[in-house]
Design a protein around this ligand. Structure first.
Ligand SMILES: Nc1nc2c(c(=O)[nH]1)N(C=O)[C@@H](CNc1ccc(C(=O)N[C@@H](CCC(=O)O)C(=O)O)cc1)CN2
Ligand SMILES: Nc1ncnc2c1ncn2[C@@H]1O[C@H](COP(=O)(O)OP(=O)(O)OP(=O)(O)O)[C@@H](O)[C@H]1O
Length: 194
């Protein structure tokens, strides 16, 4: 059997831990995130928010999504390009948007070029991750989707915040040259800012 590389091993281990969280732990985590964001004055003017549709034990954002819709804000979710390896865009997601599973089994809206937004037009990106460390280093699912996208962003806008359960924190992410460290991460127990 070929050995998994250390990043693959970490992904496997943390994904298992994350999937083992109970429905109650998941619910409490979702509520905690909603409270952090609702109480943050910085968040109030933000109109265009990209986030993700949770799978595999990721911190579930359904509560937040409903709250954003109620506030009349625009919600965007990732849509992977099936023709280009590693490329994704952010696509509008409304209560009426039909969803279909992508190649990874993650729900996404049906592609419509008019509903794609340039990342630079967003106010906020809430990014999923598999593992993070106390320096803000991020390990994702391994597709390089967010690394590529975040590499195109410069300046203060959009604000990028990683979201994770506390159990996703590890001592040290084995970083690669292309990894994009995060300036902020929110977990149910802590708001990290670097
Ligand atoms: N909710 C959510 N949506 C997201 C991401 C995410 O991390 N979370 N992504 C963030 O990048 C992109 C999808 N990235 C992914 C990359 C790899 C795998 C995955 O399951 N890989 C398999 C093996 C590869 C395959 O099936 O082709 C595996 O690891 O077992 C899933 C999603 C876009 N959408
Ligand atoms: N800015 C970039 N430009 C081109 N290729 C990149 C870039 N960032 C990452 N990649 C490629 O993507 C692949 C996967 O990267 P990595 O393992 O770091 O993904 P990840 O951070 O875990 O996943 P994700 O960012 O999708 O959550 C690597 O082989 C890397 O070469």
């Amino acid at each position: 059997m070929p050995q998994l590389d250390p990043r693959q091993q970490l992904r496997k281990q943390i994904r298992l831990q994350r999937s083992a969280l109970s429905p109650l732990q998941q619910l409490e985590a979702s509520q905690a995130i909603l409270e952090y964001l609702q109480d943050d004055p910085e968040f109030i003017p933000m109109q265009r928010v990209a986030l993700y549709l949770a799978f595999d034990g990721e911190l579930d954002l359904s509560l937040l999504i409903n709250c954003l819709w109620q506030q009349g804000k625009q919600v965007y979710v990732p849509l992977v390009d099936p023709t280009k390896n590693g490329e994704m865009c952010f696509h509008r997601y409304q209560a009426s948007s039909p969803l279909q599973a992508n190649r990874f089994g993650i729900g996404e809206p049906i592609f419509d070029a008019k509903q794609v937004i340039d990342a630079q037009q967003l106010d906020l990106i809430l990014a999923p991750l598999v593992a993070f460390d106390s320096q803000g280093n991020r390990l994702g699912m391994g597709g390089g989707y967010y690394d590529r996208l975040l590499a195109q962003i410069s300046g203060d806008k959009p604000l990028v915040i990683g979201l994770a359960h506390d159990c996703q924190q590890i001592n040290e992410v084995p970083v690669q040259a292309w990894d994009q460290p995060l300036k902020r991460i929110i977990t149910p127990s802590r708001y990290w800012c670097w």
